[in-house]
Ligand binder design. Structure first.
Ligand code: GDP
Length: 295
């Protein structure tokens, strides 16, 4: 994951690691390299620049140059700042409702249906949760089929209403079905489009209004780089969502979305998708991700 970025950061910080004594010039050059590595990984230039400015400020504040192991301290400062940039603490999903309603949003192909299944499976394995999946993509019959296939794989019921063209009505009926049948979590999979468009935004906003979810999650393909961040912004403006799901981190992604999405929408990444299988889901731990990136 993020091999390219890890390599570049490692090279940038390597200079400092080797020095007993380091100079202000060493620090400045290293931070420039760090910034370049972040920008190459699709992190927005301003975010990368602010990042290195904060590390520099902390380095000055902690008198890094006079410390016993200046190189190691610098690496720690970069790691801490990277953790902070990605969200600081782990963020949970609100499951306090009965049933708790979780609404999935995102573009077509981002991984919503797959992730809906993964999350249902993840929660089902917690034993106290009995999830129901609801298929609200009324435009593509194949999407309803796909959710049913996923449901069968993980042994979770899927509520759908083929022929009904009103996603708001289906979402409401899904929640009612859950209440009547003892499900305590409802995961609503919605239709996406290939790009942000008004009809999609109006539709998801209407579903949101109708079911007042406990948790609204925005699913985004990490391979889409800076676009991921722009799409997140568009959805957040309409839905004020609670968290981000970053999918396809197993692919050849450069990592920019993971690093910068939090600072653009100020919402935490809650889970990551790391493959097509139902088990390929992980809780997102900012500090572990920072450790992974910095090796
Ligand atoms: P939706 O249109 O948003 O519902 O997206 P889908 O769930 O249908 O996913 C689109 C494609 O991405 C499918 O081929 C999935 O198997 C694949 N996919 C979803 N999540 C992941 C992931 O985390 N890693 C990989 N490699 N593929 C994924």
């Amino acid at each position: 994951m993020f091999d390219n970025l890890s390599d570049k950061l490692d090279k940038a910080l390597h200079v400092l690691k080797g020095h007993g004594q380091i100079t202000e010039i060493n620090v400045a050059e290293t931070l420039k390299e760090v910034r370049r590595a972040l920008v190459d990984a699709d992190v927005n230039y301003k975010i990368a620049k602010d990042f290195t400015a904060r590390v520099k400020e902390k380095a000055l504040g902690q008198n890094v140059l006079k410390s016993l192991k200046p190189g190691q301290l610098m690496v720690k400062l970069v790691k801490d700042e990277l953790t902070e940039l990605m969200g600081g603490d782990v963020a949970g999903v609100n499951l306090s409702g009965n049933p708790s309603v979780i609404l999935m949003s995102g573009l077509q192909g981002s991984g919503k249906t797959t992730f809906s299944g993964k999350l249902a499976n993840f929660l089902k394995n917690k034993k106290t949760k009995k999830p129901l999946l609801v298929a609200c993509d009324v435009y593509r019959p194949a999407a309803i089929d796909q959710l049913h296939v996923v449901g069968e794989q993980i042994n979770v019921e899927v509520f759908s209403d083929r022929g009904n063209e009103d996603p708001v009505a289906i979402a409401k009926a899904g929640v009612a079905h859950a209440k009547a049948n003892g499900y305590n979590v409802v995961i609503i999979d919605t239709a996406g489009r290939l790009a942000v468009d008004e009809a999609m935004m109006t539709e998801i906003a209407n579903i949101h209004k109708a079911v007042t979810p406990d948790e609204t999650l925005f699913v985004v393909d990490s391979m889409t780089g800076q676009d991921a961040v722009n799409t997140a912004k568009a959805f957040n403006d309409v839905l004020n969502f609670d968290g981000v799901i970053l999918t396809k981190l197993d692919g050849d992604t450069r990592g920019g979305a993971a690093i910068s999405i939090k600072s653009v929408v100020n919402k935490p990444i809650k889970f990551i998708g790391t493959g097509e299988k139902m088990e390929a889901i992980d809780v997102f731990y900012p500090s572990r991700m920072a450790d992974r990136i910095l090796g």
